[in-house]
Design a protein around this ligand. Structure first.
Ligand SMILES: *Cc1c(COP(=O)(O)O)cnc(C)c1O
Length: 225
């Protein structure tokens, strides 16, 4: 077994244990394998071990891998910041985007999504703990942005994404709880969503305990970057 396959198995075990501890169905948490900085052959190994959803931060790097791996049935998620001059690449090549934090990006993705492709699946990135320099929309502006995104053609709103600042366990747990509460309040406001994207290598157990439905794990699968 390749080390990537072994690591994937370890991460699945971590997710299962976290679900068990939280009284959750393990099928309610998806694993997104974050392959940024690793090459196409690493993605191939992960796919051979049963992984099909991959996350990329850097758009050109992601597109290069997507094109190199077109022979595999993979689902590609853009999880990094998107400058306006990169929206077309994202719209034409990715299946999901987790990092929408302004309407302009969403409008461009909507306009540029090719008609022959399925709707682009999108999450709003929320900034729950950072200053104004951090990516993500402020919590009190999330509902307005989510409603505007949900109204755009060729996009399908799936949920929200949160990236806590590195901190101690209590701080991380607090951010995850805030994200979950916001996600619930958006649903109560009438938005139909099924995805709460939170949790990485260091905090996936905490995220699952607070209701994450998709963990984005890089280091524990592919190694140190
Ligand atoms: C790099 C990255 C991850 C994966 O982080 P690890 O700590 O390596 O698991 C998850 N989400 C985002 C947005 C990232 O940029």
């Amino acid at each position: 077994m390749s080390s990537i396959a072994q690591h994937l198995q370890q991460v699945q075990t971590r997710i299962q244990s976290a679900c068990q501890a939280a009284g959750r169905d393990p099928a309610s948490v998806r694993l997104l394998a974050v392959s940024k900085t690793f090459d196409a052959s690493a993605v191939r190994q992960a796919h051979a071990a049963g992984q099909s959803a991959f996350g990329e931060n850097y758009i050109q790097e992601g597109v290069d891998k997507i094109l190199a791996l077109q022979d595999l049935a993979l689902e590609w998620h853009c999880i990094g910041p998107i400058q306006s001059n990169k929206t077309r690449l994202v719209a034409e090549h990715f299946d999901w985007v987790h990092s929408i934090d302004r309407i302009k990006t969403a409008e461009r993705l909507s306009a540029q999504r090719p008609a022959g492709l399925p709707d682009l699946q999108v999450c709003i990135q929320v900034n729950l703990d950072g200053g104004s320099n951090k990516s993500g929309v402020a919590p009190d502006q999330t509902l307005a942005l989510a409603n505007a995104v949900a109204a755009l053609p060729r996009l399908r709103l799936r949920g929200i994404m949160s990236i806590p600042e590195p901190g101690d366990e209590a701080a991380t747990r607090w951010v995850h709880a805030q994200a979950h509460a916001l996600w619930c309040s958006l649903q109560q406001a009438g938005l139909v969503m099924d995805t709460l994207s939170m949790g990485m290598t260091a905090d996936l157990e905490l995220a699952v305990a607070q209701g994450s439905t998709m963990v984005r794990v890089g280091t524990a699968i592919f190694g140190q970057r």
